[in-house]
Design a protein around this ligand. Structure first.
Ligand SMILES: NC(=O)c1ccc[n+]([C@@H]2O[C@H](COP(=O)([O-])OP(=O)(O)OC[C@H]3O[C@@H](n4cnc5c(N)ncnc54)[C@H](O)[C@@H]3O)[C@@H](O)[C@H]2O)c1
Length: 278
């Protein structure tokens, strides 16, 4: 039995609690949920600390806003430094972020462990993932986090890698699916112009086993929205530009989605855009 801390008790934080509560002691900190513990209390009493905080995007310059993470990682590091505690970042953060924290707080053990759950099925998805990805630079950190997951989910394929690779896996997955939605929306425009039925075309296309039928549905809202795809797309475009890349496909996906999505619903969801934190 381990003592597990959860920082940020939203969809991901509640799923982590659900997944581990039967076998471990759980303590929770959330700035906006006063019924729980303090950050100090959680970190001091936990060996493994899951960080499940929002990572909004900055409206003004197409970038990730790590201010909520920075504030909490600083607080956690105060009590986790020079101990064998592990800070497990579950929040989606742009590649390089976990190593930046490791450099900033060299006496703290960090790990990046992306979460792939769907919000509508967050509890079941957390305990039934297709794979577990653990990214850390220290072997003993990888081993201890792997042990926690193996005990709970012994049959789930596990990948152990470095933190930057693990961070990119999360964006690759989300943005591949977002691009698929945009592609489907563009194909449906062809269908409308040619007066053919999109769903009939889709049925024949997805008979090809290389193309799964996920994310090909044309919804009444159009395009993609919600909490994750828009903000993650903006964040990776921002990183691409910083790296001197030309993420032109991702930019086109963003522009197209702004046209086909009827309402930019993500602007009304708390903690998605930095202009609209709570
Ligand atoms: N929701 C999903 O489907 C999903 C899936 C995979 C990954 N993620 C990623 O996980 C992270 C968390 O997502 P979520 O959906 O659980 O978010 P959420 O908004 O549901 O929960 C975040 C929690 O953090 C708390 N919080 C906000 N600011 C805080 C602060 N300064 N200090 C302490 N607590 C604070 C909020 O009160 C809230 O309870 C994000 O990076 C997201 O991209 C989300």
């Amino acid at each position: 039995m381990a003592n597990i801390g959860i920082v940020g008790y939203g969809f991901v934080g509640t799923a982590v609690e659900y997944g581990f509560k039967d076998d471990h002691n759980i303590r929770i900190y959330d700035k906006y949920k006063e019924e729980f513990d303090t950050l100090e209390g959680v970190v001091k009493s936990s060996e493994l600390i899951f960080v499940c905080l929002p990572t909004p995007y900055k409206d003004e310059n197409m970038n990730i806003d790590l201010s909520i993470m920075d504030e909490n990682i600083e607080g956690i590091s105060k009590y986790a430094k020079n101990t064998d505690k592990i800070v497990i970042i579950k929040s989606t953060v742009v590649p390089g972020t976990t190593r930046n924290y490791s450099n900033q707080y060299p006496d703290v053990n960090f790990c990046f462990n992306p979460e792939f759950l769907r919000e509508a099925h967050h509890l079941e998805d957390f305990v039934n993932p297709d794979r577990t990805v653990i990214g850390a630079d220290k072997e003993e950190v990888l081993a201890r986090v792997a042990q926690l997951y193996r005990k709970k989910m012994p049959h789930v394929p596990m990948f152990m890698t470095d933190p930057t690779t693990a961070e990119l896996v999360k964006y690759f997955s989300n943005l591949f699916l977002a691009t698929k939605v945009t592609f489907a929306n563009e194909m449906s425009e062809f269908c409308d112009a040619l007066e053919v039925d999109y769903n009939e075309v889709k049925g024949m296309v997805t008979a090809d086993r290389r193309i799964s039928d996920s994310h090909l549905e044309i919804t009444k809202e159009g395009g993609f929205g919600g909490k994750c795809f828009p903000k993650d797309l903006v964040a990776l475009i921002g990183l691409g530009k910083k790296l001197g890349l030309e993420p032109s496909l991702l930019e086109a996906v963003w522009e197209k989605n702004l046209k086909v999505r009827k309402k930019q619903d993500w602007k009304d969801i708390p903690f998605v855009s930095s202009n609209q934190k709570k």
